[in-house]
Ligand binder design. Structure first.
Ligand SMILES: CC(C)(COP(=O)(O)OP(=O)(O)OC[C@H]1O[C@@H](n2cnc3c(N)ncnc32)[C@H](O)[C@@H]1OP(=O)(O)O)[C@@H](O)C(=O)NCCC(=O)NCCS
Length: 283
């Protein structure tokens, strides 16, 4: 029977193999960002030889909240109780923290039975390639978009806290800063009024990880900026809030699934009005 242990550096490639074979949009950059936020949070189920057969992420991304992701067992080892062992180890690690996760449709009822009864928002996943990027509002000069730099961080934190009722400094630093991400802020009178970010998952695949904006014009400007950095023919993936219209550039994209943000305890809510595309794998 599998034993649960903390992860080692060597386990990461196995995790990425598992997530790839499940078709998840979890990139190496997401993996590095996750480990930067909480290097201790990944638990492994190992077989008798010490080889990983399952994983669960129990990440302390913000105080008092434990974000659970990467709950996965090797395909041929499923249905043997390994997932339950990982789940119980996660609960022990969580203690009194609020457990939060994004559930695939198939698992939703099971998570609800485990006590994740509060639903925060729903997102739909999309994938596709862009033929043409033309903005209707390119002449609008009320807002400017510029690359996100360290100098924007204090103002970005203030903006982000209009959306999230807690400081996500570690998450913002890990996911949106660094030369391997394309991130932009929208400014109006020198104030941040939106931000967006994407990164390459592989040579031909890109993930849009964030699009937050005060209004549709800003959202469009930020998207056009992002898309101008993504090479033509790249497969683009993202998750968009269920109640937001799909931007016109993605009209031909294919829906890949629906995910539900579930919580174990009620807490002050996230303001979803500015949230359009939301980073999967983060609080
Ligand atoms: C979900 C997963 C990690 C469970 O691991 P496992 O080793 O097969 O799980 P176990 O055999 O220990 O079963 C644990 C429980 O999960 C339930 N379960 C397992 N797979 C399930 C599924 N696909 N749908 C609903 N419930 C499921 C079992 O019924 C069992 O419930 P119980 O303990 O209340 O009787 C594994 O099926 C997996 O890797 N699935 C693909 C990845 C995935 O969808 N992860 C969740 C993302 S939100």
């Amino acid at each position: 029977m599998a034993c649960i242990r903390p992860h080692t550096y060597e386990d990461i490639n196995v995790l990425l193999e598992f997530t790839r074979s499940e078709g998840w949009g979890f990139s190496e950059i997401d993996c590095r960002a996750t480990m930067m936020v909480d290097p201790e949070g990944l638990l492994v189920a190992e077989d008798d030889t010490g080889k990983p057969v399952g994983f669960i992420g129990c990440f302390n991304m913000v105080p008092d909240i434990m974000y659970v992701n990467l709950f996965i067992v090797r395909k041929d080892m499923r249905g043997k109780g390994i997932g339950r062992k990982l789940w119980n180890a996660m609960l022990e690690t969580a203690g009194n923290k609020i457990v939060v996760l994004d559930s695939v449709s198939e698992m939703k009822e099971w998570y609800k039975k485990q006590g994740l009864v509060y639903e925060e928002f729903t997102v739909k996943g999309y994938k596709g390639k862009i033929a043409n990027v033309e903005s209707d509002i390119s002449g609008d000069s009320s807002y400017i978009c510029e690359p996100l730099t360290n100098e924007h961080l204090p103002a970005l934190l203030v903006y982000d806290q209009k959306i999230y009722p807690y400081s996500r400094e570690k998450v913002l630093r890990a996911w949106y800063f660094g030369s391997d991400k394309y991130s932009f802020v929208a400014l109006c009178d020198n104030k941040i009024v939106g931000y967006a970010s994407c990164h390459m998952k592989s040579k031909n695949e890109c993930i849009i990880r964030a699009l937050y904006a005060d209004n549709d014009i800003i959202a469009d400007k930020l998207l056009v900026k992002l898309l101008s950095y993504i090479p033509k023919g790249t497969m683009i993936g993202f998750v968009i809030l269920d109640d937001k219209p799909l931007p016109k550039y993605f009209a031909d994209f294919v829906k890949t699934g629906t995910e539900f943000r579930l919580l174990m305890k009620e807490m002050p809510g996230i303001q979803t009005d500015k949230m359009i595309i939301n980073a999967a794998h983060t609080v």
